[in-house]
Design a protein around this ligand. Structure first.
Ligand SMILES: Nc1ncnc2c1ncn2[C@@H]1O[C@H](COP(=O)(O)OP(=O)(O)OP(=O)(O)O)[C@@H](O)[C@H]1O
Length: 652
């Protein structure tokens, strides 16, 4: 790790002298996913080579599962090209043997002609095979990429919502998205390169062994400096990048801040431009220095490597000369061996670089596989009893404790909800309303207690069919960058027949957003994302109406509305609650801090610190002393209080 430390120092020369104050961003901790990089930096090349067979098997397995045809083509064509290399070299030896024979020149040329044709043909066929192999490889790599990406998103969209509360899961997911996912295609690419390099070396060695076996050790000797140089350069490049990873992440972060529509307003309002550009400049100065340092040391290694190769070549020439003088090798064989040497150099280099990269990328790919394992532990198994709907939902001593928290967010709650009711959850911030609503909606599973639909434990019901009876208007809705119509339609994109529920326009009318959508340049086909051409945006309240339309379009038996009117104006809010009261066959669960909106609810559940402390309708709860009356009166006072005269201005 000495190299890492050195590169780090060079990357930020003023590190020790710097004052860490508010005018400068603090240095970031190295992220956990760099642990593999460190591991690679401490692994010897021999240890890497030992793990190679397993890695190659794994990569070929992945390629095979993606496209058998392209895998066979990539590897098969490369091997065939190798065979052509051997043929070509052998034919060249024959050409040289004929040309160096003690005969008149025209006779020598005539004798060499068939072998020359053979050598030229071998060369042409090898070139064609190489191009075809490259083509198969180019087809294979993106396919592997998409397969792995799909596997990743298949897992991230199937896991329980609770998985996202687990910090370990989130970090692993980011790490996999950062690198692990991309490296799957790389390991296939490197493996094919490794096979290509290996085939090249073997093909040359085979040719040399046929020409004159004694030349084989010479070939190996000549390639050693090249191999050492390639390994050293690849590893130095990697270690240098490793030492700068954290700083580069900071650069990416700053770059993303400075070229982003969402941050543009704040950057201008707070005049942060100078600060951001200054930080970027400071970091790029360190980066430039690190780049120059790398270029310098790579040039030195390349020079030393070239000198070593030169010396090795001189040694090989000396050995060849000796063999020629002593008659062990004929002149033609020696010349062919020199050609073989050139070919072996390039192949060996490919092999060494591919080994280094394959080993490193395989470590990141392992992260991806670990993540899929972890995700599968967070995923409910498909199957179970189909859920036909419900008439009653019953909570029996239900609790939920978030990971790594001391107190349960919902604590031993028992209640019964019936279809046709409008119920409300009330309480102060953080008392557990949203968590309880998510339990009702089946988005979370209780950590203890049982939830039953018509007497059946929901954990015995098929999660997909259970979810099909639920619609949720969440507090933290997302502005999906789709058209206005799609933003509603995704509420139930797989509705079996269009006539079985409200149309998109009906839902939009019910949520008082139809006129707004018609006012957009392309009506329901208007793209709601200004970052794309012809894209538009809506105000916060207009978006909230669109979200309401989506959940009405879903037309589910259970509708959970968490602060559905937080961004609505008074008229829209009134219309929204009127609409929610007009759903006699549904169970509506409302969460709102504006208590006037739930006066008509059939039942109000009042929560404090995760527990149910009161329940009843508005009149019953107002008739008693308690939290509900206290909160309601506090709010009502604000509306009813007569405006008091402004306090007199005090004169000094
Ligand atoms: N994902 C989470 N991980 C850990 N703790 C959480 C998580 N979500 C909520 N909590 C905690 O659980 C408790 C209940 O939160 P919840 O969001 O259910 O409250 P709430 O009554 O809906 O609050 P508000 O009225 O502010 O929306 C709070 O103490 C909160 O900090």
């Amino acid at each position: 790790m000495e190299d890492v430390g050195r590169a780090r120092q060079l990357a930020d020369p003023d590190e020790t002298a710097a004052d860490i104050d508010g005018s400068r961003l603090p240095e970031l901790e190295d992220p956990d996913w760099m642990r593999h990089a460190r591991e690679v930096s401490q692994t010897s090349f021999r240890a890497m080579a030992r793990r190679l067979p397993r890695l190659v098997r794994e990569a070929i397995g992945l390629a095979w599962a993606t496209s058998r045809c392209n895998t066979i083509a990539s590897i098969g064509l490369n091997i065939s090209a190798g065979v052509m290399t051997t043929f070509g070299l052998l034919a060249t030896t024959t050409v040289l043997t004929e040309l160096f024979a003690a005969r008149p020149t025209p006779d020598r040329v005539r004798a060499a002609l068939p072998a020359l044709l053979l050598a030229a043909s071998a060369l042409a066929v090898r070139g064609t095979l190489n191009i075809a192999a490259g083509w198969a490889q180019a087809r294979l790599v993106p396919q592997v990429n998409y397969r792995v990406e799909l596997g990743m998103f298949d897992a991230t969209t199937a896991v329980d919502l609770a998985a996202f509360d687990d910090a370990g899961f989130a970090e692993e997911m980011d790490r996999v998205r950062d690198r692990g996912m991309r490296e799957a295609a790389s390991i296939v690419d490197h493996t094919v390169n490794l096979v290509t390099g290996l085939v090249g070396v073997l093909a040359t060695a085979a040719a040399v062994a046929v020409i004159q076996p004694i030349l084989l050790p010479c070939l190996l000797l000549a390639t050693v400096p090249e191999a050492v140089t390639a390994v050293r350069m690849a590893r130095r490049q990697y270690l240098n990048l490793l030492a700068r990873t954290t700083r580069r992440r900071r650069m990416w972060m700053l770059a993303a801040l400075m070229a982003n529509r969402h941050t543009a307003a704040e950057i201008r309002a707070y005049q942060m431009r100078g600060f951001l550009l200054g930080e970027y400049l400071r970091i790029t100065a360190g980066e430039t220095e690190a780049d120059l340092d790398l270029a310098r040391s790579q040039a030195t290694t390349r020079m030393l490597g070239a000198s070593g190769s030169g010396l090795a070549s001189v040694a090989v020439y000396a050995v060849l000369g000796g063999l020629l003088l002593t008659g062990w090798v004929v002149l033609a064989a020696a010349a062919a061996a020199l050609l073989a040497l050139q070919a072996a150099h390039a192949s060996l280099r490919t092999m060494v670089v591919a080994t280094n990269s394959l080993y490193e990328d395989a470590l990141y790919y392992q992260d991806y596989r670990d993540f899929l394992d972890r995700a599968s532990r967070h995923t409910r198994p498909v199957g179970g009893q189909p859920a036909a709907g419900f008439d009653t939902i019953e909570f029996d001593q239900v609790s939920l404790r978030y990971p790594d928290t001391d107190n349960p967010a919902v604590d031993e709650i028992s209640l019964t909800l019936r279809r046709g009711q409008v119920i409300a959850l009330v309480g102060e911030n953080g008392c557990g309303k949203t968590t309880l609503a998510k339990l009702i909606a089946g988005l979370y599973r209780p950590t203890s207690g049982v939830i039953r639909w018509d007497g059946v434990d929901t954990s015995d019901l098929d999660p997909h069919s259970l979810g099909s009876h639920v619609a949720v208007m969440t507090q933290e809705w997302w502005k999906f960058p789709f058209t206005a119509g799609q933003n509603i339609l995704i509420g139930r994109h797989d509705r079996p027949s269009p006539g079985t529920g409200p149309s998109v326009e009906d839902a939009a009318r019910a949520a008082t957003v139809h006129e707004i959508v018609l006012g957009l340049p392309h009506g329901y086909n208007t793209l709601l994302d200004r970052e794309y051409k012809d894209g538009h945006d809506l105000s916060g309240g207009q978006w909230q109406r669109l979200v309401a339309a989506r959940s009405l379009y879903r037309d589910a038996r259970l509708l959970v509305c968490d602060e559905p009117s937080a961004a609505l104006d008074a008229r829209a809010e009134h219309a929204m609650f009127q609409q929610l009261r007009r759903q006699p066959d549904k169970l509506i669960v409302l969460i709102t801090h504006r208590l006037a909106n739930i006066r008509h609810a059939d039942k109000i559940f009042v929560m404090r610190e995760g527990r149910l402390v009161q329940q009843g309708n508005h009149d019953e709860l107002m008739a008693r002393d308690g939290l509900y009356r206290e909160l309601f009166d506090l709010q009502a006072t604000g509306y009813l209080a007569k405006s008091s005269p402004a306090p007199a201005t005090q004169t000094p």
